[in-house]
Design a protein around this ligand. Sequence first.
Ligand code: SF4
Length: 282
Amino acid sequence: MTRNLITPVQNTWCPGCGNFAIQHTLKEILSGLENEGHSLDNVVLVSGIGCHAKIADYLNINSVYAIHGRTIPVATGIKLANPRLTVICCAGDGDAYAEGLDHLIFAAKRNIDITMIIHNNRVYGLTTGQYTPTSPLGFRGKSTPAGTTEYPFNPLELMLASGATYIARGYTRKMPQLAELIRQGIMHKGFAFIDVLQICASFFNMTEYYGQRVYDLTDHNAGDFAVACAKAREWDYNRDTPIPLGVFYEQSLPTFNDRNPLRDLSADERIHRIHDFFEASK
Ligand code: SF4
């Protein structure tokens, strides 16, 4: 029986928030996977802390709330304990690029087989508008009333340098494309990273700005690292240049589990070992 993927929990996102588009895109993808015969019992969603994180309350699948910036350690543990599971992380730009940055880099370096969806509204929305690592220079918010004095970093370049094997950027107002990017990321074997530009309707509404600049990558060779680097640099999250959307880079390489000396252990054997470890630690 097809389950209702939207929970009855009251949704408290602000009207117009980009999180709605990500929630409904994920719902459509998961419904599609279920219709194709994939059991959603084998899917786990891990969210962090922030407005985005409530998606774990609103989607009716197995989910875990991690602490701030720690979606990846939790997701990595789940994947290592049971490699058969499809593990999806949702994290905000503050959650993933500030508090959790080291984990993000190491997940890419390890090529752990999880999918990372960044709700990148370029502001801390839940705490009412502080700047994040991808806020543009001069951003005026609660913690920077005179404007930030820092340049943002470019997460796509960072992921390329760190070894991610699937790197894409989508936009919440282009939902069919976003669905394809996330779906491909879920099907990708290895660390899949999707930076999703979304607006924060209350503290950083970039609708007009993005509407004038986003365009789709075409005739792009996503298998060429140098080409991917050049494309990723086309927009640095600060300059007023065109903003490409699509798959920047895709590579098939062994995952962390493929190289794991214990890779042949079944999920049951792994769970017994974890149980024994905790018993011995008492
Ligand atoms: Fe969305 Fe911003 Fe409202 Fe949070 S504060 S729910 S990110 S619009």
